[in-house]
Write a protein that binds this ligand. Structure first.
Ligand code: ADP
Ligand code: MG
Length: 498
């Protein structure tokens, strides 16, 4: 729907509007509705000249994002449509009136659609239970009058399964869990002094950060439905903010959050880059903290490891309480499996549960996936499952858990090994003390993962693939002549694969 109209080129062009329309539609199919709406909808074709297509976006932030995430795909899709196009440039430009109107009318359409759909907003005085897969409340109409129930527009829907009772507490997550509980209580009691603000939850993927945040929201909704709680992803927060900038309504944007009792922003590692938007983003945080509003933030790393965020901001994020969710232990995994099996009313042999807890150690999400598969199989064949069948069913998962190493992990381990900061892995510093470990990490990334050189480069602060290639070759050479280095490599490899 968006495709055709945004396709109006500004200047004379050799690319037909329908060509661009098809590119957009294809991309939308690939990335999904939400990502499309967040990042791609405001693109337009500035011009097509010879081999080059120029795509424009209204802000630097959007430009950088689209460039980093979608540029390659845009080019190949476009090239597939039109062989003449061999280069896609992405620039910042002021939208023409027609684009702006288009964007606005899109939003109205969506707002209507959203109103008609069964939404389960995080904050709503009328509690609507039983709705899970609801569309994201759009909340993109920043012309809404103040005083309107903004929480319901900004907040993302909550997952019904993510509650405190369903969260299994063990050593690795006990602290984070207690902190989250305490925040919920304080909000319910409307304590004058907040226990810790902000609460910063961090930990690897699939360890329960989102679960805990939703649990806080559910708890409050249950015991104090009048409180305003907003839960949303950092990407969405950022997007809302950028929109406000674009339509020059940052003040109303900030106002929206003033009346909030609790603001929770998930996955803030996505907010980085020394951009004015980042600055503003954290001003909003500060303003809320100053107004004694509770904030909960999550990230996949600690405040001190957040890259591309100013020191001042970083330290402010760590002012309240920083609670770490540690990787799961065998006992916790077993506990989670027992609880999930019970939740689904299924009895599984202890041996199978132990096997899963032992073998699938990466994250809880995968553990749940494994369990789901086993239960589905059991119900289909209607027979008790054996260890052999389980092994067979989960072959791919088991293999992946054996030797999958992520670049993040490599960077982390290498940084630890050489006692440098994790952020040096992506920094520009060239001092030998950090440059060599960085090269070693690139080398290991090439050896131990299936990532391509450009992908590795991107993970190392957006370096070029030639830099990665150079690092790989350099380490290969050095390994032959430097026994200490060879030993380091050996040790790191064993640790990472173990
Ligand atoms: P994160 O946000 O840290 O990536 P999630 O909160 O999305 O992780 O958790 C991933 C999945 O694992 C969810 O289905 C969640 O319910 C489940 N999970 C994680 N930790 C626990 C736990 N301690 N008890 C029960 N379920 C958990
Ligand atoms: Mg999450």
């Amino acid at each position: 729907m968006v495709a055709e109209a945004t396709a109006k080129p500004r200047q004379e062009t050799f690319s037909s509007p329908s060509e661009w329309g098809r590119v957009l539609r294809q991309l939308k199919n690939e990335v999904g509705e939400i990502a499309y709406k967040n990042w791609l909808r405001s693109m337009w074709v500035e011009r097509v000249e010879g081999e080059e297509a120029v795509i424009a976006l209204p802000t630097r932030f959007l430009r950088d994002w689209v460039k980093a995430h979608y540029a390659d795909r845009l080019l190949s899709l476009w090239h597939a449509e039109n062989r003449d196009v061999r280069r896609v440039s992405i620039v910042v430009a002021r939208p023409l009136q027609e684009h702006r109107e288009k964007a606005e009318s899109d939003n109205e359409g969506e707002a209507e659609a959203a109103a008609a759909a069964p939404i389960a907003p995080a904050v709503s005085s009328s509690q609507r239970e039983g709705v899970r897969e609801s569309p994201l409340a759009t909340g993109e109409d920043d012309r809404t009058a103040p005083g309107h129930d903004l929480g319901s527009e900004l907040s993302a829907p909550l997952d019904l399964r993510f509650t405190f009772p369903s969260f299994v507490v063990g050593k690795p997550n006990a602290f984070a869990h207690a902190a989250a509980r305490r925040v919920a209580e304080a909000c319910i009691e409307q304590s004058r002094t907040l226990p810790f603000n902000p609460l910063f939850l961090h930990g690897g993927v699939g360890l329960g950060k989102t679960h805990l945040m939703h649990a806080v929201a559910w708890e409050i909704r249950q015991h104090a439905p009048g409180r305003k709680v907003i839960y949303l992803s950092a990407e969405k927060f950022m997007y809302q903010f950028i929109r406000a900038l674009r339509f020059k309504s940052t003040i109303s944007f900030k106002e929206q959050f003033r009346s909030v009792d609790l603001l929770m922003v998930d996955d803030v590692q996505f907010i980085s880059g020394k951009d004015s938007t980042q600055e503003e983003f954290f001003h909003t945080f500060n303003a809320l903290v100053d107004h004694n509003r509770q904030i909960v933030i999550s990230a996949d790393r600690s405040p001190s490891d957040l890259e591309g965020i100013e020191e001042r901001v970083r330290s402010r994020l760590g002012w309240g309480l920083v609670a770490d969710l540690h990787p799961t232990t065998y006992e916790l995994r077993l506990g989670i499996l027992q609880s999930k099996a019970e939740e689904r009313g299924v009895k599984l042999p202890q041996r199978i549960l132990e096997f899963l807890a032992h073998k699938i150690a990466s994250n809880v999400r995968e553990l749940e996936g494994a369990l789901t598969r086993i239960i589905a199989h059991m119900q289909l064949v209607n027979r008790e499952i054996t260890l052999e069948t389980a092994q067979e069913l989960l072959r791919d998962l088991l293999r992946a858990n054996e030797r999958r190493v992520s670049i993040d992990e490599i960077q982390k381990r290498v940084a630890e090994h050489f006692t440098i900061r994790f952020s040096e892995m992506t920094s520009n510093r060239r001092a030998r003390a950090v440059a060599r470990p960085r090269q070693i990490a690139m080398y290991l990334a090439k050896q131990l993962t299936s990532r391509s050189l450009p992908e590795i480069g991107r993970k190392f602060g957006g370096r070029d693939h030639t830099t990665v290639l150079h690092a790989v070759r350099r380490i290969e050479e050095l390994k032959e002549t430097d026994p200490a280095l060879a030993e380091d490599l050996e040790l790191l490899t064993r640790m990472l694969q173990g």
